[in-house]
Ligand binder design. Structure first.
Ligand code: VG1
Ligand code: CO
Length: 542
């Protein structure tokens, strides 16, 4: 039986960089999640009788909202829902399910790297039939709908037993509870040379993988330990917890520091990796060397042909605008296309669908390929392992050789979290106002070549996305980029991206922050960070 419930719009249900994210107390208000889900359905066409994939990263509220979404899908006329057992489904695995079973779309319940728990964050994102995050055209329509919504439809049926694999019914709609790991693990086996990785591991190569008590645990255990033979214990924090054990499931040098320290230690493992809340990001650390995500994209692109799935070569490489330009030089050498998109994976979808790009990456620890339409943490780890196995060299040597061949992009991101929204907007506004006056000005030995507010012209569908971040580019090829985060749930976060290109191998062993010191001072000066935000240092440096 279906009920129609009358409701009133909530303010601020605008999807950000990756879906709608709010604090749990906001999401728990009566009708809040329902309004958003109905607004998603109301923005879609011709889905009656079709399949919807549902799953999440296991955080607090995951199970409740999954039951709600299933009942609403039934009441709105979907033919079938496929839901991960226990409500678990990583973002890349959800993308794979949508594509493999030709679903109409998917609902992924996640706030990714944001912390979880009763007072922390929750999120909902919608993915389309290509398996990728809904493009702006759809997220804009969803937002418009949330402002007008006055009713939603929901079934009165009982909850679905999410923990039992099997087929159920909610009114006329079929619900299939599936194992969230099986299809994904099979895909990884198709893409990579598991035999080569297995024998490297059998030969004593040690890996450590930190699942950060988030969704990747079951995937990493099955793939790294069961299928590739890594000894038990190689994967840690593998049980998805509703509050991620009280940590931020954000795989970076701050939140995955224990793993980093271990790999850096004398008798530590040869290779370490961590992934985020919903499994789409990765941090990789080789013994003795942290690999920046921007370098990781470039090195993976330069070596991808060593993995079976990419041996025919790459069509092109895409990176988000703030990501370092290291991948561009690989594309140039390979004679393939290089694309620069705004921040957020949704902008890669068209390039992948059109066959223009094969590998994509973001500086925020996200890399992926055309195997799905999301970034994919474990995929990146497996591609690294495949390359290490085939080259028979350490990650340390591979990175150093890459720099020697292509030059090194010193790179860092400075985040100022939880600053006042007005101050953040004022800072960005003032920067935008002076952009046209900057070219030709100097600061120390830096001379500004160009400055703009990045606008993306999608080469596939011609859509234009403006105001995607302020870029200041110097004569030397160095850059400073400023933008505000679109994934936070309280106040604003200013991200400052700093990049300096160094072709000379004799200067490849310098300290990153020292190398970037002039750029850091310039950023502080030109944006007036201290005066406007009252902060004299970033909260997080990655
Ligand atoms: C951040 C990252 C961006 C990433 C996004 C979603 O966005 O900068 O590169 O795509 O998170 O990733 P923002 O707007 O806060 O800078 V995830 O793993 O949270 O889905
Ligand atoms: Co994520």
């Amino acid at each position: 039986m279906t009920k129609t419930i009358s409701t009133k719009p909530f303010d601020g249900q605008k999807p950000g960089t990756s879906g709608l994210r709010k604090k749990v107390p906001v999401f728990s208000q009566p009708h809040y999640a329902e309004n958003f889900i109905q607004s998603v359905f109301d923005s879609l066409e011709d889905y009656k009788g079709k399949t919807l994939v549902i799953g999440g990263d296991g955080r607090y509220l995951n199970r409740e909202v999954i039951q709600t979404a299933i009942k609403m899908a039934a009441a709105n006329g979907f033919g079938k829902v496929m839901v991960g057992q226990g409500g678990i489904l990583s973002t890349p695995a959800a993308s794979n399910m949508i594509r493999k079973y030709q679903a109409f779309g998917g609902i992924i319940l996640s706030a990714s790297h944001n912390p979880g728990g009763p007072d922390e964050d929750f999120g909902i994102k919608y993915n389309t039939a290509n398996g990728g995050p809904a493009p702006e055209r759809i997220t804009d329509a969803i937002y418009e709908r949330t402002k007008l919504i006055d009713r939603y439809r929901i079934s009165e049926a009982d909850d679905v037993p999410l923990d039992e694999i099997g087929s159920y019914h909610v009114d006329d709609m079929e619900v299939e509870v599936f194992d969230p790991v099986t299809d994904y693990a099979a895909l990884m086996e198709e893409l990579f040379d598991f035999e080569a990785i297995r024998s490297t591991i059998a030969g004593g190569f040690r890996i450590a993988f930190d699942a950060m008590s988030a969704v990747t645990g079951p995937y990493a255990r099955e793939i790294l330990e069961n299928r590739l033979g890594a000894p038990e214990g190689s994967v840690r924090n593998f049980v998805p917890l509703e509050d991620f054990g009280g940590h931020h499931p954000d795989p970076n040098l701050v939140h995955a520091k224990a793993l980093y320290d271990e790999v850096m230690s004398e008798d530590g493992p040869d290779f370490g990796a961590a992934s985020d809340g919903d499994g789409d990001r990765n941090m990789v650390v080789g013994k003795g060397i942290f690999i920046t995500p921007s370098d990781s994209l470039a090195i993976l692109a330069a070596n991808a042909h060593l993995a079976p799935a990419y041996k025919v070569g790459l069509a092109g490489i895409a990176r988000s605008m703030p990501t370092s330009q290291a991948a561009d030089r690989v594309a140039e050498k390979l004679g393939i296309g290089a694309y620069e998109t705004p921040t957020g994976w949704k902008f890669f979808g068209n390039l992948l669908d059109a066959g223009k790009a094969t590998l994509c990456g973001e500086e925020s620890f996200g890399t992926g390929s055309n195997h799905v339409r999301e970034k994919d943490g474990l995929w990146a780890v497996l591609l690294w392992l495949n390359i290490l196995a085939v080259r028979g060299e350490s990650a340390f040597d591979i990175v150093k050789k890459h720099w020697a061949e292509y030059g090194r992009n010193y790179y860092s991101r400075h985040d100022y979290e939880g600053i006042e929204t007005d101050a953040a907007n004022g800072l960005m506004g003032a920067l935008r106002d002076k952009l046209s006056t900057l070219p030709g000005t100097t600061f120390g030995d830096l001379t500004v070549k160009e400055a703009d507010d990045f606008a993306y012209h999608d080469p596939v569908d011609g859509s234009v996305s403006k105001n995607q971040g302020v870029r200041i580019m110097f004569e030397t090829g160095s850059r400073v980029v400023f933008r505000l985060s679109g994934t936070g749930t309280s106040g604003a976060t200013l991200r400052v991206y700093l990049e300096h290109f160094e072709p000379d191998p004799a200067r490849h062993e310098d300290d990153t922050q020292e190398t970037l010191a002039t750029l850091i001072a310039y950023a502080e000066h030109i944006a007036g960070i201290r005066e406007r935000t009252g902060r004299d240092a970033p909260t997080v440096i990655t």
